[in-house]
Design a protein around this ligand. Structure first.
Ligand SMILES: Nc1ncnc2c1ncn2[C@@H]1O[C@H](COP(=O)(O)OP(=O)(O)OP(=O)(O)O)[C@@H](O)[C@H]1O
Length: 655
């Protein structure tokens, strides 16, 4: 039984509905150890026949039997395996991969064998030495002569240890000397017990083999043995395997390096968008962190503010105490009701006045706001002296008030008497002036920009209100909760208290304020990040266009890889890998730039506020990597699909 049998092969090409028969019933047997030349006129169907024998063409009638087994042309995977394991190709135009070195061109085929990395490299080197290319292994194809290129192609064809070598006009582009040497190599290959089938126009080339088959008009015209075949050898062949993904990634990386210029620009473009996304997220973290730290520094988070619930009024703005005619005040019964709630440890009236005039030593200063001292203040807010816990005492803000009176020695104010006055309304809506005299017990400290810490003893304030004929019933109270963890739960319980069907109270906790601020900051961050993200669409389009161009430019390479036995999946993965490499490197570059920007911005702002305003988290970085991978994956899908769908024969024919 012959190793390779062709039975009644018919093949036609169609132009529209018109049929052009090329092969009209070919029956041929080939044995191992033979060097068969197929001779015939140009256009006679020699290459067509080779593509059928080589497992590249699936669209024909008839049977191909390998070692007695029918090759199922319907099963693409079986054909991939057949090309990988049994066939080695040598072409007239060499078909080397331009962006791979001589050694790598041979290794591409060896990647599909079960040899270890070391064995593969050794075999590639041995084969290249055998074809006379010792010392040329690091060169690239464009640095070689035609004869040298064809030797690389021969070494590559032999690399996977195939039983059949198909050589399509292997000496067509070579001079007499190189032709002689290549024919000697082909004879040597046949003498190793392989089957060499070569297509040629040249009688001289055909005469170098052991058997000549002439093709004319799509049929076998003659079949002559001119020399005995070489001995068959029963040696173990190197087992093949499907191409591992890492091999595709490696090839993708080599191509990436080959096109470093273009790829660097794409990476730079993509990383700018990703950098902006990371930076804005980091800025959002920093700003919301800064705000909550500032709020908790000034206010005690264990205390919540409660006002009477007014249906039409859903805003939280503070109302000037004692003045409002439409904000209801708390009755004593209501204060007691809240005091009795679970976890409530203290209930205190809360008053706030705006635009208070403070006089000291014939100097006047306008105080933006004045509150009564209670547990809602954090102890951290006292810079010097003590809290105004005794009747007649007041705490003045350092930068907003105290320093205005005495720039250099503001602490001297402690123990001094100041007079205060401000305008408000009484219950009838008439304007009244509230006058207070108090002794400075301490200095409050804020950053002087956001909030001011001016607080007066509650009793002192209540007395002054009464003296001015204004009700001292509080419209707002501060409720202290026994434990920080119970604040939200207690707030909910107070919000739920009803008189019949009427809701009575409205609470506002520091936590809810912080989360409200965080919601706004997050919203602003997301909007900024989304705007930055739009630039990523441009990056994705850039990647798509480059990938499509790459597929077009690498069509021939795709054909070569398919002929070597790579599957559609391998080709798809090759392009996806390259895109993912672009994505990963973009995200890495974006991360580096973002951390540099973080250091720079935080360094610049250190003088303004000793706080890191940009706080990039590992979550932000992971996010950027995920975005980059998704973009590059999506961008690669269509080009990779097009590459995988290319017909190997058409791809090989590409210029
Ligand atoms: N994809 C195709 N579509 C249509 N016709 C084709 C196609 N490929 C080949 N042919 C035609 O089939 C015939 C056989 O082509 P093939 O390439 O097999 O000939 P060949 O014997 O190898 O020729 P040459 O010696 O010039 O390389 C030619 O007439 C060619 O025009």
């Amino acid at each position: 039984m012959a190793f390779l049998e062709l039975k009644n092969i018919h093949k036609s090409y169609f132009l529209g509905s018109q049929e052009f028969p090329v092969l009209k019933g070919i029956d041929l047997d080939f044995d191992l150890g033979d060097f068969v030349s197929i001779l015939g006129e140009s256009g006679g169907g020699k290459s067509t026949l080779m593509n059928i024998i080589g497992g590249l063409d699936r669209n024909f009638d008839g049977e191909v039997l390998v070692d007695g087994k029918k090759l199922d042309h319907k099963q693409e995977k079986a054909l991939d395996k057949y090309r990988r394991e049994t066939i080695g190709y040598i072409y007239q135009s060499y078909n080397l991969i331009a962006h791979l070195s001589v050694l790598d061109n041979v290794l591409v085929s060896l990647d599909m064998t079960t040899l270890s990395k070391k064995e593969r490299e050794q075999r590639a080197k041995d084969l290249l030495t055998k074809v006379g290319l010792d010392g040329q292994m690091k060169k690239y194809p464009n640095q070689l002569s035609g004869g040298q290129k064809q030797r690389v192609a021969i070494a590559r064809a032999l690399a996977s240890d195939p039983k059949v070598i198909i050589a399509d006009e292997p000496t067509g582009a070579l001079d007499a000397q190189n032709t002689k040497e290549v024919l000697a190599l082909l004879n040597e290959i046949a003498s190793e017990g392989r089957l060499v089938i070569t297509v040629t126009h040249s009688q001289a080339v055909a005469d170098a083999g052991t058997r000549i088959v002439r093709l004319a008009d799509g049929q076998i015209e003659s079949d002559d043995r001119i020399k005995p075949a070489y001995e068959k050898q029963d040696k173990e062949m190197i087992p093949s395997r499907a191409l591992p993904r890492r091999a595709s990634i490696k090839t993708a990386f080599k191509h990436f390096r080959h096109n470093l210029g273009t790829n660097s620009l794409i990476i730079l473009g993509t990383s700018i968008g990703l950098f902006a996304v990371i930076l804005f997220s980091g800025l959002g973290n920093g700003i919301s962190g800064y705000m909550s730290s500032q709020i908790t520094k000034l206010a005690n988070p264990q205390v919540m503010s409660v006002s009477r619930y007014v249906k039409s009024d859903d805003d939280d703005s503070a109302t000037a105490f004692g003045s409002s005619t439409d904000t209801p005040a708390f009755t004593t019964a209501q204060l007691n009701q809240i005091k009795k709630q679970k976890h409530v440890s203290k209930v205190e009236a809360s008053y706030t006045a705006a635009n208070v005039n403070v006089s000291y030593n014939n100097q006047n200063v306008k105080m933006r706001s004045l509150s009564n001292w209670n547990d809602s203040f954090s102890k951290d807010s006292i810079k010097a002296g003590h809290a105004p816990t005794k009747d007649g005492e007041i705490l003045l803000d350092q930068s907003a008030v105290a320093e205005k009176f005495n720039k250099n020695n503001y602490k001297d104010l402690i123990g001094k008497q100041v007079t205060l006055s401000y305008q408000t309304q009484n219950a009838q809506g008439a304007a009244v002036t509230v006058n207070i005299t108090a002794t400075v017990s301490g200095i409050g400290h804020s950053d002087g920009k956001a909030a001011q810490i001016n607080a007066i003893n509650t009793q002192t304030l209540q007395k002054a209100l009464q003296a001015a004929g204004v009700s001292a019933d509080p419209t707002e109270i501060d409720v202290k909760v026994d434990d920080l963890n119970n604040v939200e739960e207690t707030a909910k319980a107070i919000d739920k208290i009803k008189d019949g069907s009427t809701r009575l109270y409205k609470t506002s906790t520091i936590q809810s304020l912080i989360s409200q601020i965080q919601t706004y900051v997050n919203l602003a961050t997301s909007i900024l990040s989304t705007i930055a993200g739009i630039s990523l669409i441009v990056s994705a389009l850039m990647i798509i266009v480059t990938m499509f161009m790459s597929v077009a430019a690498r069509t021939k390479e795709i054909g070569i890889l398919r002929a070597l036995g790579e599957s559609k999946r391998d080709i798809r993965w090759l392009f996806i890998s390259e895109s993912l490499i672009t994505g990963l490197l973009s995200a890495t570059l974006a991360t580096i730039i973002a951390y540099l920007a973080q250091a720079g911005i935080n360094g610049l702002l250190k003088g303004t506020a000793d706080y890191a305003f940009v706080q990039i988290t590992s979550g932000n970085i992971i996010n950027a990597f995920v975005i980059a991978l998704i973009i590059s994956l999506l961008a690669a899908l269509l080009p990779a699909r097009r590459a995988a769908k290319l017909n190997p024969i058409d791809a090989l024919a590409a210029e």
